[in-house]
Write a protein that binds this ligand. Sequence first.
Ligand SMILES: [Zn+2]
Length: 189
Amino acid sequence: MSTEATLLERCGSACELCSATSPLQPFVVAPHTQVTVDHAIMLCDTCREQIENPETADANHWRCLNDSMWSQVPPVQVAAWRQLKRLSESEGWAQDLVDMMYMEEDVAKWAEIGMDEDGQKHVDCNGAELKKGDDVTIIKDLPVKGSSMVVKQGTVVRNIGLAQDDPDLFSGKVEGQSIWLRCEFSRKK
Ligand SMILES: [Zn+2]
């Protein structure tokens, strides 16, 4: 049986986080990169988009984690834990669930990779470490996906934030809009 067929059988053709039965695709849980039964989960478009674009996340959608965090499937536990951890910054209920959640030690370690800022460094074009709150200069013109906006070379982005699950991205305000930018095109001031 193919990996995808095995995954579909495991999830009963329902999203492994929110149980939606809309079209599902395998999602590889970082830092793994290959779709395997042990490292991937089946997700609906809504869950995948919100995980990939944390700034669009709708906290209420993630109430589903109340159920899926009890999954026996390690990559589902990891994805649920990371999402709860992210939400717990603003949602008390998410913090309560994080506190209740149980994972085997090796699964917990996997979940924490990438959530721990020391474990996954964000670096600028020169390899200098970026920290939350830094000011950076953009080193080339960068079109912003899904808009006509271009962040011009030389733009200074102040007080940046760091993507918790992606060492390539930082966030910042440009022309009043909060956007994600790639660290490799920034230079720490
Ligand atoms: Zn879903």
